[in-house]
Design a protein around this ligand. Structure first.
Ligand code: ADP
Ligand code: ADP
Length: 228
């Protein structure tokens, strides 16, 4: 579903990524782990097409992102749902309106939006909370809204950037369980960027350890953990 082949990225004299090769199978959860400055954000940018690699190839859902023209990159970004640490909901909009937003941008007919939003609220376990404003929701519930919004356009890939870093342990577990359900039940391929090895242990099928812009290790969770 996702492959990076010898991807490099330099900013002037700074090497953010060097010879990064990894692959993520369709319908699995992959963790990208590394300390601050390891190149995680740059790698995410390469996947979404916001960052153009200096060398190498990036392919997502059969689209060569690294070669795509700006226009097709925009189309590709719509095929990647994004989940963030700070959910960035519109505070003046209800949960349902936040989830509907990407569908409105795509000019989805109103009736279809209402139906889809109800479905999404059910998927993330927030049936009945569609009329709540973000200020009326807990941190975990807000992240559920963020996940529903990211899934609204049915992207085949979900990119979750530190999705649980702002949450307590118990809420983290429930959000990770939700991501597992999204993967298993909807077949969405998920990439989780995190600095927490515990997150990786809990739900990732495969892992890439990044260190100073290079792949220290990449493989299945079993392979990575047995090396530890
Ligand atoms: P992480 O997300 O793991 O913290 P980043 O991808 O943000 O890592 O950064 C990797 C390296 O690239 C760091 O040394 C950072 O300072 C550098 N870097 C990232 N973005 C830029 C940029 N736009 N201009 C210059 N240097 C950058
Ligand atoms: P359908 O053909 O109705 O989409 P699926 O088995 O593909 O049936 O999906 C089951 C449920 O999951 C449906 O309610 C559908 O809207 C929802 N769904 C499917 N794919 C996605 C996706 N990528 N993101 C969010 N919801 C999805």
């Amino acid at each position: 579903m996702i492959t990076l082949e010898s991807v490099g990225k330099t900013y002037g004299s700074v090497t953010a990524l060097h010879d990064v090769t990894l692959s993520v199978e369709r319908g699995t959860i992959h963790g990208i782990v590394g300390p601050s400055g390891a190149g995680k954000s740059t790698l995410v940018g390469c996947l979404t097409g916001l960052v153009t690699p200096t060398s190498g190839r990036v392919v997502v859902d059969d689209v060569e992102v690294s070669a795509a023209h700006a226009r097709s990159r925009r189309a590709l970004r719509r095929r990647i749902g994004m989940v963030f640490q700070h959910v960035n909901l519109f505070d003046q909009r209800t949960a349902a309106k936040n989830i509907a937003y990407p569908l409105q941008i795509m000019r989805t007919p109103k009736g279809d939006i209402a139906k889809r939003v109800a479905e999404l609220l059910e998927i993330v376990g927030l049936t009945g909370r569609g009329d709540s404003y973000p200020s009326q929701l807990s941190g975990g519930q807000k992240q559920r809204v963020g996940i529903a919004r990211a899934l609204a356009t049915r992207p085949p890939v979900l990119l979750a950037d530190e999705p649980t870093s702002a949450l307590d342990t118990e809420t983290t577990t429930s959000i990770l369980q939700l991501l597992r359900e999204v993967c298993d039940q909807l077949g969405v391929t998920i990439v989780i960027v995190t600095h927490e090895m515990s997150v990786v242990r809990e739900i990732c099928d495969s892992v890439t350890l990044l260190s100073a812009g290079e792949v220290a290790e990449t493989g299945t969770l079993e392979e990575i953990i047995s090396d530890k």
